[in-house]
Write a protein that binds this ligand. Structure first.
Ligand SMILES: O=C(O)[C@H](O)[C@@H](O)[C@H](O)[C@H](O)COP(=O)(O)O
Ligand code: SF4
Length: 638
């Protein structure tokens, strides 16, 4: 099927917009590649330190035979159920890499925050900033400059984006993302949410709430709703950074361990010494990013990726914005209904066909690019396969033609809706994003008086005092990255959902974030510019009529122009958000963070360098920029 013209147009616009920074990025990548195997630039003393603790024969492989050295960068900790399984991975990886004559080192750990533990708590004000702290920690691990390939162990919200941002700053090193898989299904996410709503109404006891939560989150593995963590998994599959179908295989199963071993050995293969060199910076290009946005839309993925994908793209010298997301959303159909966009969880989604089925359908529909690099080489269609065990090795088989359950996963010829439901809304309050794939149609437009709150706590006090039994638009102010780190306000969902279920027309507008697991209440989030950057959200007063219109894509305060122009910006005392729980350590982050639409990031786009790489033979000078994606493919074809 020919590529959809809108996908073509958006891709070409991104390529054109990004050309200077992408070429600078690739020049940096090529300069690093030209230095050859990392270790050759290290002085003997450095090297000696680098493998002092190695077993003898590993040391020999490194020093004498110059075999590939594979870095392990891991986000293991016991706080995230999703990352706890990574505890055992380094030994599995080292043994698997040794089997193919190479060596692996645990290059470094990265921090990982569980947004479920910190949801509604002060710690959530570090959550977004932890993404770039993870990127910096990844760089610290790889800065030992001894590695020919790298394995990135991460799953949850900010961790995969942080690892990928870090990895892309070492774009010359081949990299593979290694997942751990979801926990088994407990009580349904819908039942969990209804217990929370009953508790919020005082109709359930704390013991019932705790019992419900414990049945929902009951074991090792990723939470089973389709939030940011599982959106990350879908994107890693679509970007060709996972072995095909690795995302949702359960932890502690023979297939999971075989996939980890296979990823470790594949990393050796795609190192420069391995002969199938595939640096991660030549995988994540403009087409790869467009494919990722398409996957997000097709699955009703997390709104957090309107921040993280922007930051990931910038790390590779690629500039995307919310217009790109919005235009693609209009042509990418919704192919899955996984909670909060439906009742099923990711285990059921996997059983029905899983992420590689979505990739195949989007390829068949001409809605994603097949001509991309992945860890398997050239062509995304290589990833439309499912892993199985043959003895103790992984084999991949073709996907079923039909979905295992049309109520959860559909072919592109019969989508749940003709658009992805992650849209841009804009107007005199700024630009914001809305996810409507989980919002009932009669809540797509809300026009009601504003009630302004400067914290989640203020909102909950008003709710518990019975002051919110009415139509209103909650304007939760001073939640942007400069203000308090841009926390998720997901803890307000049960109260807002109760009010909506009681028949009130409610919506939320904030320069903060929501969880990928939020869904049924209309929320215009990530309002840009944020209030502390002079955003007009700061001009709203209680009683102003606010119109949140997902159908027209508008976000308006219906206030007479002269009244609006005379308004002064609201102010707030945020000092209590800047101390305690380590928040004082992130002052530099609050001061340097970019706007939400630029990824709320702390690193610059790549700046041009004089490329030292000679034009390769066979082309006229200037025809193919040295180090460019075309140049890379040309050299690979030799
Ligand atoms: O973006 C996300 O997906 C969320 O941050 C998610 O990781 C977080 O843990 C939710 O808050 C959990 O959902 P519940 O709070 O509904 O369990
Ligand atoms: S999905 Fe969210 S709640 Fe679950 S382990 Fe990951 S960060 Fe924690």
């Amino acid at each position: 099927m020919a590529l959809h013209p809108v996908v073509e147009q958006v891709t070409n616009r991104i390529i054109k917009r990004s050309r200077p920074s992408r070429q600078a990025y690739l020049a940096h990548l090529d300069a690093a590649r030209v230095k050859g195997v990392q270790r050759s630039v290290l002085a003997c003393t450095n090297l000696a330190h680098g493998f002092a603790a190695f077993p003898a024969n590993d040391k020999l492989k490194l020093r004498e035979y110059k075999q590939p050295s594979v870095a392990i960068v891991s986000s293991y900790n016991d706080m995230l159920s999703a990352h706890q399984p990574f505890e055992a991975y380094p030994k599995v990886i080292k043994d698997a890499v040794r089997e193919v004559g190479a060596v692996a080192q645990f290059a470094g750990g990265v921090p990982a925050m569980c947004d479920g533990v910190t949801q509604g708590q002060p710690g959530m004000e570090l959550s977004l900033f932890s993404r770039d702290a993870i990127a910096m920690s990844t760089a610290i691990a790889l800065s030992h400059n001894m590695f020919d390939a790298s394995l990135y162990l991460g799953i949850c919200d900010k961790i995969v984006p942080g690892l990928l941002i870090g990895a892309l700053h070492f774009g010359h090193i081949p990299g593979i993302f290694v997942p751990g898989g979801p926990m088994a299904t407990g009580i349904s996410n819908k039942e969990k949410a209804s217990i929370r709503q009953r508790y919020a109404k005082g109709e359930a006891t704390r013991e019932e709430l705790m019992e419900g939560e414990a049945k929902a989150y009951h074991g090792a593995g990723t939470c089973t709703f389709y939030g940011t963590a599982n959106s990350n998994q879908m994107l890693m599959e679509m970007m060709g950074l996972h072995l095909p179908g690795a995302a949702f295989v359960h932890p502690d199963t023979p297939l999971r361990e075989a996939l980890t071993r296979a990823a470790a050995q594949h990393a050796v293969k795609i190192s420069q010494q391995g002969g199938e060199y595939m640096p991660i910076g030549h995988i994540v290009d403009e087409k790869c990013i467009v494919n990722a946005i398409a996957a997000l839309h097709a699955t009703g993925g997390s709104t957090n990726h309107t921040l993280h994908l922007v930051a990931i793209a910038r790390a590779a010298g690629i500039i995307i914005d919310w217009n790109d997301f919005d235009e693609l959303s209009k042509v990418i159909p919704l192919l899955t209904r996984v909670y909060p966009n439906g009742d099923a969880d990711v285990n059921y989604f996997q059983a029905a066909g899983g992420p590689t089925f979505v990739i195949r359908e989007l390829l068949d529909a001409g809605l994603v690019h097949d001509d991309v690099n992945t860890i398997l080489g050239r062509g995304l269609r290589n990833h439309c396969k499912e892993p199985f065990l043959d003895g103790d090795t992984v084999v991949w088989r073709d996907l079923p033609e039909q979905s295992g359950d049309e109520s959860v996963l559909r072919k592109h010829t019969n989508p749940f809706s003709d658009n992805g439901g992650l849209i841009l809304v804009q107007g005199n309050l700024g630009r914001a994003v809305m996810k409507i794939s989980a919002v009932k149609k009669d809540h797509h437009v809300v026009e009601a008086p504003a009630l302004t709150f400067d914290s989640q706590e203020d909102f909950m006090h008003a709710y518990k005092a019975g002051k919110l039994n009415r139509d209103f638009v909650a304007v939760i102010r001073f939640q942007g990255p400069r203000a308090n780190g841009m926390p998720e306000l997901h803890a307000l969902t049960p109260a807002l959902a109760n009010l909506q279920d009681s028949g009130f027309h409610v919506a939320m507008v904030t320069d903060g974030r929501m969880s990928g697991a939020s869904g049924k209440v209309p929320a215009a989030i990530h309002v840009s510019p944020e209030i502390l950057a002079g955003g007009p959200l700061g001009l709203v007063r209680d009683g102003d009529i606010i119109r949140v219109d997902a159908t027209a894509g508008t976000l308006e305060a219906l206030v007479p122009q002269d009244v609006w122009a005379a308004r002064k910006m609201a102010t707030a005392d945020l000092s209590s958000n800047h101390i305690g729980m380590g928040r004082e350590l992130f002052d530099v982050f609050r001061k340097s963070v970019s706007a939400a639409e630029e990824g709320a990031a702390h690193f610059p786009l790549p700046s041009p360098i004089e490329t030292t790489v000679p034009l390769h033979e066979g082309t006229d000078s200037g025809e193919i920029m040295p180090g460019s994606d075309e140049d890379f493919l040309f050299r690979k074809s030799k």
